[in-house]
Design a binder for this molecule. Structure first.
Ligand SMILES: C[S@@+](CC[C@H](N)C(=O)[O-])C[C@H]1O[C@@H](n2cnc3c(N)ncnc32)[C@H](O)[C@@H]1O
Length: 232
Protein backbone atom coordinates (compact mmCIF):
# COMPACT_ATOMS: atom_id res chain seq x y z
CA UNK A 1 0.00 0.00 0.00
CA UNK A 2 1.04 3.53 -0.75
CA UNK A 3 2.99 5.36 1.96
CA UNK A 4 1.47 8.72 2.86
CA UNK A 5 4.62 10.71 2.11
CA UNK A 6 3.36 12.47 -1.04
CA UNK A 7 -0.25 12.60 0.05
CA UNK A 8 -1.98 15.39 1.88
CA UNK A 9 -5.59 15.70 3.07
CA UNK A 10 -7.13 18.94 1.74
CA UNK A 11 -10.59 20.48 1.95
CA UNK A 12 -12.75 21.14 -1.13
CA UNK A 13 -15.35 23.88 -1.67
CA UNK A 14 -18.32 21.92 -0.29
CA UNK A 15 -16.42 21.22 2.95
CA UNK A 16 -15.69 17.57 2.10
CA UNK A 17 -12.10 16.40 2.04
CA UNK A 18 -9.96 14.94 -0.69
CA UNK A 19 -6.33 13.89 -1.08
CA UNK A 20 -3.72 15.92 -2.93
CA UNK A 21 -1.08 13.71 -4.57
CA UNK A 22 2.10 15.80 -4.84
CA UNK A 23 3.75 13.33 -7.26
CA UNK A 24 0.89 13.71 -9.75
CA UNK A 25 0.20 17.35 -8.80
CA UNK A 26 -3.54 16.70 -8.63
CA UNK A 27 -6.41 16.08 -6.21
CA UNK A 28 -8.34 12.81 -6.04
CA UNK A 29 -11.60 14.79 -6.49
CA UNK A 30 -12.82 18.13 -7.81
CA UNK A 31 -11.72 21.16 -5.80
CA UNK A 32 -15.31 22.40 -6.23
CA UNK A 33 -16.53 19.61 -3.95
CA UNK A 34 -15.47 15.99 -3.57
CA UNK A 35 -18.79 14.86 -2.16
CA UNK A 36 -20.87 16.83 -4.69
CA UNK A 37 -18.84 15.45 -7.58
CA UNK A 38 -19.03 11.85 -6.42
CA UNK A 39 -22.79 12.08 -5.78
CA UNK A 40 -23.53 13.85 -9.05
CA UNK A 41 -21.31 11.95 -11.49
CA UNK A 42 -21.32 8.43 -10.15
CA UNK A 43 -24.36 7.94 -7.90
CA UNK A 44 -26.98 10.18 -9.56
CA UNK A 45 -25.85 10.19 -13.22
CA UNK A 46 -24.53 6.60 -13.13
CA UNK A 47 -26.08 4.25 -10.57
CA UNK A 48 -29.45 5.94 -10.21
CA UNK A 49 -29.72 6.41 -13.99
CA UNK A 50 -28.97 2.71 -14.58
CA UNK A 51 -31.51 1.57 -11.98
CA UNK A 52 -34.20 3.87 -13.41
CA UNK A 53 -33.44 2.67 -16.94
CA UNK A 54 -33.57 -0.99 -15.86
CA UNK A 55 -36.80 -0.62 -13.88
CA UNK A 56 -38.43 -3.95 -13.25
CA UNK A 57 -35.86 -5.66 -15.53
CA UNK A 58 -33.17 -5.30 -12.88
CA UNK A 59 -31.54 -8.69 -12.74
CA UNK A 60 -32.19 -10.34 -9.35
CA UNK A 61 -32.45 -6.91 -7.67
CA UNK A 62 -28.69 -6.65 -7.88
CA UNK A 63 -26.22 -4.38 -9.60
CA UNK A 64 -22.52 -4.71 -10.38
CA UNK A 65 -20.05 -1.83 -10.63
CA UNK A 66 -16.46 -1.69 -11.87
CA UNK A 67 -14.51 1.42 -10.87
CA UNK A 68 -11.27 2.54 -12.51
CA UNK A 69 -9.25 4.41 -9.84
CA UNK A 70 -10.69 3.26 -6.49
CA UNK A 71 -8.60 5.70 -4.39
CA UNK A 72 -10.29 6.62 -1.12
CA UNK A 73 -13.39 4.54 -1.86
CA UNK A 74 -15.75 7.55 -1.74
CA UNK A 75 -17.66 6.41 -4.84
CA UNK A 76 -17.98 2.94 -3.36
CA UNK A 77 -19.16 4.22 0.03
CA UNK A 78 -21.89 6.42 -1.45
CA UNK A 79 -23.01 3.64 -3.82
CA UNK A 80 -23.08 1.08 -1.00
CA UNK A 81 -25.10 3.45 1.16
CA UNK A 82 -27.55 4.11 -1.68
CA UNK A 83 -27.99 0.40 -2.52
CA UNK A 84 -28.36 -0.66 1.12
CA UNK A 85 -31.10 1.96 1.61
CA UNK A 86 -32.93 0.61 -1.43
CA UNK A 87 -32.28 -3.05 -0.51
CA UNK A 88 -30.40 -3.68 -3.76
CA UNK A 89 -27.39 -6.04 -3.72
CA UNK A 90 -24.18 -4.37 -4.85
CA UNK A 91 -21.24 -6.29 -6.28
CA UNK A 92 -18.39 -3.74 -6.56
CA UNK A 93 -14.91 -4.11 -7.95
CA UNK A 94 -12.38 -1.27 -7.78
CA UNK A 95 -9.17 -1.22 -9.82
CA UNK A 96 -6.37 0.65 -8.10
CA UNK A 97 -2.70 0.79 -9.10
CA UNK A 98 -1.54 2.55 -5.91
CA UNK A 99 -3.76 1.51 -3.00
CA UNK A 100 -4.03 3.90 -0.09
CA UNK A 101 -3.51 2.81 3.50
CA UNK A 102 -6.60 2.42 5.70
CA UNK A 103 -5.01 5.05 7.94
CA UNK A 104 -5.21 7.86 5.35
CA UNK A 105 -8.70 6.76 4.26
CA UNK A 106 -9.82 7.16 7.89
CA UNK A 107 -8.61 10.77 7.82
CA UNK A 108 -11.00 11.73 4.97
CA UNK A 109 -13.98 12.01 7.33
CA UNK A 110 -16.19 10.19 4.82
CA UNK A 111 -17.82 8.35 7.72
CA UNK A 112 -20.18 11.36 8.06
CA UNK A 113 -21.73 10.73 4.62
CA UNK A 114 -22.79 7.08 5.01
CA UNK A 115 -24.46 4.81 7.55
CA UNK A 116 -22.06 3.71 10.33
CA UNK A 117 -22.51 0.06 9.30
CA UNK A 118 -21.23 0.86 5.77
CA UNK A 119 -18.21 2.82 7.02
CA UNK A 120 -17.28 0.25 9.68
CA UNK A 121 -17.87 -2.66 7.29
CA UNK A 122 -15.66 -0.97 4.67
CA UNK A 123 -12.76 -0.38 7.06
CA UNK A 124 -13.08 -3.87 8.53
CA UNK A 125 -12.90 -5.58 5.15
CA UNK A 126 -10.56 -3.13 3.35
CA UNK A 127 -7.40 -5.27 3.59
CA UNK A 128 -9.27 -8.53 2.94
CA UNK A 129 -10.93 -7.05 -0.17
CA UNK A 130 -7.53 -7.03 -1.95
CA UNK A 131 -7.45 -10.84 -1.62
CA UNK A 132 -11.05 -11.82 -2.37
CA UNK A 133 -14.54 -10.30 -2.53
CA UNK A 134 -15.41 -9.24 1.01
CA UNK A 135 -18.81 -8.56 2.57
CA UNK A 136 -19.14 -4.96 3.74
CA UNK A 137 -22.67 -5.71 4.97
CA UNK A 138 -25.31 -8.22 3.91
CA UNK A 139 -26.10 -6.19 0.73
CA UNK A 140 -22.63 -5.14 -0.51
CA UNK A 141 -19.56 -7.04 -1.61
CA UNK A 142 -16.26 -5.32 -2.37
CA UNK A 143 -13.18 -6.50 -4.18
CA UNK A 144 -10.21 -4.23 -4.92
CA UNK A 145 -7.80 -5.29 -7.66
CA UNK A 146 -4.32 -4.01 -6.81
CA UNK A 147 -3.41 -3.58 -10.45
CA UNK A 148 -2.78 -1.01 -13.16
CA UNK A 149 -5.83 -0.75 -15.43
CA UNK A 150 -4.18 -2.39 -18.44
CA UNK A 151 -3.15 -5.45 -16.39
CA UNK A 152 -6.63 -5.96 -14.94
CA UNK A 153 -8.36 -9.06 -16.32
CA UNK A 154 -11.76 -10.51 -15.55
CA UNK A 155 -14.16 -12.93 -17.18
CA UNK A 156 -16.99 -10.89 -15.69
CA UNK A 157 -18.87 -7.97 -17.22
CA UNK A 158 -20.46 -5.22 -15.14
CA UNK A 159 -23.69 -3.19 -15.25
CA UNK A 160 -21.85 0.06 -14.61
CA UNK A 161 -18.37 1.44 -15.04
CA UNK A 162 -17.25 4.43 -12.99
CA UNK A 163 -14.23 5.86 -14.78
CA UNK A 164 -12.43 8.02 -12.21
CA UNK A 165 -8.83 8.35 -13.40
CA UNK A 166 -6.76 11.49 -12.84
CA UNK A 167 -7.51 14.10 -15.52
CA UNK A 168 -6.00 13.64 -18.97
CA UNK A 169 -3.72 16.66 -18.39
CA UNK A 170 -1.98 14.65 -15.62
CA UNK A 171 -2.38 11.06 -16.85
CA UNK A 172 -3.08 11.08 -20.61
CA UNK A 173 -2.37 7.36 -20.92
CA UNK A 174 -5.55 6.60 -18.91
CA UNK A 175 -7.71 8.33 -21.53
CA UNK A 176 -6.33 6.98 -24.82
CA UNK A 177 -8.13 4.45 -27.03
CA UNK A 178 -6.20 1.53 -25.55
CA UNK A 179 -7.17 2.36 -21.97
CA UNK A 180 -10.80 3.16 -22.83
CA UNK A 181 -11.08 0.02 -25.00
CA UNK A 182 -9.60 -2.15 -22.25
CA UNK A 183 -12.19 -0.70 -19.84
CA UNK A 184 -15.30 -0.93 -22.03
CA UNK A 185 -14.75 -4.67 -22.68
CA UNK A 186 -15.88 -5.21 -19.07
CA UNK A 187 -19.23 -3.44 -19.62
CA UNK A 188 -22.36 -5.56 -20.24
CA UNK A 189 -24.57 -4.77 -23.24
CA UNK A 190 -27.05 -2.19 -21.91
CA UNK A 191 -24.52 -1.20 -19.25
CA UNK A 192 -23.65 2.40 -18.42
CA UNK A 193 -20.21 4.06 -18.43
CA UNK A 194 -19.84 7.40 -16.63
CA UNK A 195 -16.98 9.77 -16.09
CA UNK A 196 -16.68 13.35 -14.82
CA UNK A 197 -15.07 14.70 -18.01
CA UNK A 198 -15.91 14.86 -21.70
CA UNK A 199 -13.69 15.51 -24.72
CA UNK A 200 -14.05 14.95 -28.45
CA UNK A 201 -11.47 12.15 -28.38
CA UNK A 202 -13.22 10.38 -25.52
CA UNK A 203 -16.60 10.60 -27.28
CA UNK A 204 -15.14 9.22 -30.52
CA UNK A 205 -13.33 6.39 -28.71
CA UNK A 206 -16.43 5.35 -26.75
CA UNK A 207 -18.68 5.51 -29.86
CA UNK A 208 -16.21 3.40 -31.85
CA UNK A 209 -16.56 0.75 -29.11
CA UNK A 210 -20.28 0.37 -29.77
CA UNK A 211 -21.73 2.78 -27.23
CA UNK A 212 -24.26 5.56 -27.55
CA UNK A 213 -22.83 8.72 -26.06
CA UNK A 214 -24.59 11.47 -24.17
CA UNK A 215 -23.37 14.78 -22.80
CA UNK A 216 -24.86 14.93 -19.33
CA UNK A 217 -24.84 17.93 -17.01
CA UNK A 218 -21.48 18.16 -15.24
CA UNK A 219 -20.74 18.38 -11.52
CA UNK A 220 -20.20 21.91 -10.11
CA UNK A 221 -17.18 23.44 -11.88
CA UNK A 222 -17.76 21.43 -15.10
CA UNK A 223 -20.42 22.15 -17.69
CA UNK A 224 -20.70 18.61 -19.03
CA UNK A 225 -19.71 15.02 -18.33
CA UNK A 226 -19.87 11.87 -20.43
CA UNK A 227 -22.40 9.10 -20.06
CA UNK A 228 -22.42 6.18 -22.48
CA UNK A 229 -24.57 3.10 -22.87
CA UNK A 230 -23.17 -0.04 -24.50
CA UNK A 231 -25.40 -1.06 -27.38
CA UNK A 232 -24.08 -4.53 -28.27
C1 LIG B 1 -8.90 10.78 -9.46
S1 LIG B 1 -8.21 9.58 -8.39
C2 LIG B 1 -9.60 8.57 -8.00
C3 LIG B 1 -10.41 9.00 -6.86
C4 LIG B 1 -11.22 7.88 -6.28
N1 LIG B 1 -12.23 7.36 -7.16
C5 LIG B 1 -11.77 8.33 -4.96
O1 LIG B 1 -12.99 8.49 -4.83
O2 LIG B 1 -10.97 8.55 -4.06
C6 LIG B 1 -7.41 8.50 -9.56
C7 LIG B 1 -7.01 7.16 -8.99
O3 LIG B 1 -6.48 6.35 -10.05
C8 LIG B 1 -5.39 5.61 -9.54
N2 LIG B 1 -4.52 5.21 -10.67
C9 LIG B 1 -3.49 5.87 -11.24
N3 LIG B 1 -2.99 5.17 -12.27
C10 LIG B 1 -3.74 4.04 -12.38
C11 LIG B 1 -3.70 2.93 -13.25
N4 LIG B 1 -2.82 2.83 -14.26
N5 LIG B 1 -4.57 1.94 -13.06
C12 LIG B 1 -5.50 2.00 -12.04
N6 LIG B 1 -5.57 3.05 -11.19
C13 LIG B 1 -4.70 4.06 -11.35
C14 LIG B 1 -4.73 6.60 -8.59
O4 LIG B 1 -3.86 5.95 -7.69
C15 LIG B 1 -5.93 7.23 -7.93
O5 LIG B 1 -6.34 6.50 -6.81
Amino acid sequence: MKSNINLQIVETADGSKTIFNALVGENYHSKHGALQESRHVFVNSGLDYFLEKSGSNLNGNSVSVLEVGFGTGLNFLLSADYCSEKQISLDYCGIEAHPLTADIITQTGYDQYVAPSIWNGFLNCYVESFLAPAGVNDMCKLRIADSPLLEFQSDKQYDLIYFDAFAAAYQPEMWNETAIGHTIQFLKPGGVFVTYAITGNLKRAVKALGCSVEKAKGAPGKREMLRAVKLV
